[in-house]
Design a protein around this ligand. Structure first.
Ligand code: DOR
Length: 431
């Protein structure tokens, strides 16, 4: 009987509306009790010293690059970066090589992750073969193999009738379709937000309308089919407005936002730092304000990293040639704590958007500290300051705009299935 007692924590559990000082007793990989002053006999004891204790964070939008691009990331390095960043569970995107469009790839990811990753990993399967937007995947077989959602992330299914069928079949599989909403013809070769910054930089712009049009189309299709549509990394005020209206009408649409779209504007690209080239692009200040408001109101359900590792040699090129994406697993929590300090989110709502809501969106176990739940927890010191350096991190890639930045808020410890897998002073304990 393995026991772990975490003492003197501020326990934050949105699933039970709990925000209070407490201890947490874990036994055999499950939550046993939350109460102050629990006895520690026979237990390993961890003193939280007042840190926040929350259900482990769950990132439902990560690129782990295995199989096929292990020079950027693999399930071991990505899973390790995850636990160092406070994430106990990840859903990984299908744009691997080969694409996760076949049950054999889904099973491969699950088998490898079981052996290699300290975080739990759930594969998202492709909606269409090779992400080409033409031929649907065998959704039922992929679901049976362990896929938790379908997505051609990175690519939009431009053929509206294919998208309709994908939504219809996703209902049989009982999981959402996650969309990267961007009209690729309107985006064309745009690499930054279309607007004054793009003009000043002399870089091709990607207009907000490219996202807004596709979100509007997909909402119409969600209404037509009744399927659950989940909008990935929403970045525009117009997109948010469509989602708000659709939800008011009772359409099954949910949404997520990244730490970078919540905290950076297109001004961050002024130095041509290619780590700020992301898809969708960083937008203007009015968009950022709209995203923050929608997150606070619950119109946006979840915060996700869109952790997108790329090798230095791929990113150290001119802006237009760099692949889009930035890493984020190790900085997401500290970066988004800014919203708590600014009063956009309470600590409890912060945890809800990083843990409880992502779990419920993909029907994953976790996101709660209820008795009997898997003991996946994170301890977080919201005030500890540190300087981030991607080169010292656990990800294989370094494409982060936050290198060299002073960040506030640090993961103290991460527990998966009752085992301490990461401690900020002791490092990664179980790989
Ligand atoms: O910035 C991004 N990078 N956005 C995407 O949609 C894909 C991702 C990647 O795979 O690198």
């Amino acid at each position: 009987m393995a026991r772990l007692l975490i003492r003197n924590a501020r326990v934050l559990d949105p699933s039970q509306e709990i925000d209070r000082e407490s201890d947490c007793l874990i036994e055999d990989g499950r939550i046993l009790e939350l109460a102050p002053g629990l006895p520690g006999e026979g237990a390993e004891i961890l003193d939280a010293e007042g840190a926040w204790l929350a259900p482990g964070f769950i990132d439902i939008h990560t690129h782990l690059r295995e199989p096929g691009q292990e020079y950027k990331e693999d399930l071991a390095s990505g899973g390790t970066a995850a636990v160092a960043g406070g994430f106990t569970q990840l859903a990984c995107m299908a744009n691997t090589d080969p694409v996760n469009d076949d049950p054999s790839v889904t099973k491969y990811i699950l088998d490898r992750a079981e052996k290699d990753s300290p975080a739990r990993i759930r594969p998202i399967a492709a909606a269409t073969r090779r992400l080409e937007g033409k031929v649907m995947t065998e959704m039922m077989a992929l679901r049976e193999a362990g896929a938790v959602a379908f997505s051609d992330d990175g690519a939009t299914i431009m053929d509206t009738s294919v998208m309709r069928r994908v939504l219809e079949y996703s209902q049989l599989a009982g999981v959402p379709v996650i969309v990267h909403a961007e009209d690729c013809h309107l985006r064309a070769n745009g690499v930054v937000n279309e607007g004054p910054v793009a003009t000043r930089l002399g870089l091709p712009g990607n207009p907000a309308a490219a996202e807004e049009i596709m979100i509007a189309r997909d909402i119409r299709l969600a209404r037509l089919t009744g399927a659950h549509l989940h909008v990935a990394h929403v970045s525009t005020a117009g997109g948010v407005e469509s989602i708000r209206q659709a939800r008011d009408e009772g359409i099954r649409v949910t949404a997520e936002v990244t730490p970078h779209h919540l905290t950076l504007t297109d001004e961050a690209t002024m130095g041509f730092d290619t780590s700020t080239r992301v898809a969708p692009p960083l937008r203007g200040a009015a968009d950022v304000a709209a995203l923050r408001q929608a997150l606070a109101e619950g119109v946006i359900d979840a915060i996700v990293t869109d952790h997108a590792p790329h090798a230095s040699y791929e990113k150290e090129v001119e802006f237009t040639a760099a692949p889009p994406g930035m890493i984020g697993l190790e900085t997401a929590v500290a970066v988004t704590l800014e919203l708590v300090r600014e009063g956009v989110l309470s600590p409890l709502e912060f945890v809800r958007r990083l843990s409880t809501n992502p779990a419920s969106l993909l029907a994953l176990e976790g996101g709660t500290l209820r008795k009997g739940a898997p003991a996946d927890v994170v301890l977080l010191d919201p005030d500890r300051e540190w300087t981030y350096d991607a080169a010292q991190g656990f990800s294989k890639s370094r494409n982060s705009p936050w290198t060299g930045r002073r960040l506030r808020g640090r993961v103290v410890a991460t527990v998966v299935a009752g085992r301490l897998v990461y401690h900020h002073e002791r490092g990664v304990l179980i790989r």
